[in-house]
Design a protein around this ligand. Structure first.
Ligand SMILES: [Zn+2]
Length: 271
């Protein structure tokens, strides 16, 4: 009987540091050997002329999220994870969104029900916090971090999701205590609202004015404010879907000061 369940034979193995010809031996779902001339496994896959590399991890993907009156999310777990696999991603990390007034733990249970049995790849969840009540901050979040949900996401805009500065500080402080990472959507809610209402009053409602309603300054100032609050509470944050140079410059400024501020690019502003 073979010592391997699966052997991937004859491919070019690509790791974080090297690429070389080797066979890969897998037992009980784990890679246990990467070397030349392995014996056949119970199943042997011919990878001659191919590259053998770890699956990708898509760490920012929204699946099956409620729309709050906006456009309906196109992908649920079945279609979203099917396309992930087609693009060589073997793990996705979508978001478990807490609707205002609801329990965060209950939301996580709901998302697992949505995903379990529907997904073609591995998945985890970031926690979107829209309602940081005392019980969410003191009980639910620490318990969820203990269970392995170690990243939060918060929004500075959208009527049903935006946190104000005080709430942001409370979430940052909780993350500091739990040793979690906070992903922050940095757009200035009040500035966008002000611009939107002014444009609508002038009858400027064409899609073009979406961009006019949120110039670079609203992203820049929200990014700077999040960085300042992260500095105050001594917590690492990830500024998500950075879409302009000015926000990027704020992140670079913070990093040059030794702050643990990370950024993730996005070609446009979105959820
Ligand atoms: Zn997003």
């Amino acid at each position: 009987m073979s010592q391997f369940d699966v052997v991937i034979r004859g491919g070019t193995v690509v790791t974080a540091s090297d690429s070389f010809m080797a066979d890969v031996g897998i037992r009980s779902g784990k890679i246990v050997a990467v070397t030349e001339n392995l014996d056949d496994g119970a199943k042997t896959i011919d990878a001659c002329g191919l590259m053998v590399m770890p699956g990708g991890i898509d760490s920012h993907v929204h699946l099956a999220q409620p729309a709050f009156g906006g456009p309906t999310m196109a992908d649920g777990f079945e279609t979203g994870t099917r396309s992930a696999i087609a693009g060589d991603n073997t793990t996705v990390i979508p978001f478990a969104l807490q609707p205002r007034g609801a329990s965060l733990r209950g939301s996580v249970v709901d998302y697992h029900e949505e995903a379990d049995g529907q997904s073609f790849c591995d998945y985890g969840f970031h926690l979107i916090i829209t309602d940081p009540t005392p019980s969410v901050l003191a009980q639910e979040l620490p318990a969820l971090v203990d269970d392995g949900y170690t990243s939060f996401k918060v929004f500075r805009t959208y009527d049903d999701m935006a946190l104000n500065d005080r709430q942001l500080l409370e979430v940052f402080s909780c993350a500091r205590n739990c040793r979690a990472l906070v992903m922050v959507d940095c757009e200035g809610y009040d500035a966008i609202k002000f611009m939107t209402e002014r444009l609508e009053a002038a009858g400027s409602k064409a899609p073009y004015y979406h961009a006019v309603s949120r110039p670079e300054s609203v992203e820049r100032e929200a990014t700077h404010r999040a960085i300042s609050h992260a500095e105050l509470t001594d917590v690492p944050i990830m500024v998500v879907h950075v879409s302009g140079r000015e926000a990027m410059e704020q992140i670079r400024w913070a990093q040059n000061r030794g702050l643990k501020i990370y950024g993730e690019t996005c070609p446009r502003t979105s959820l």
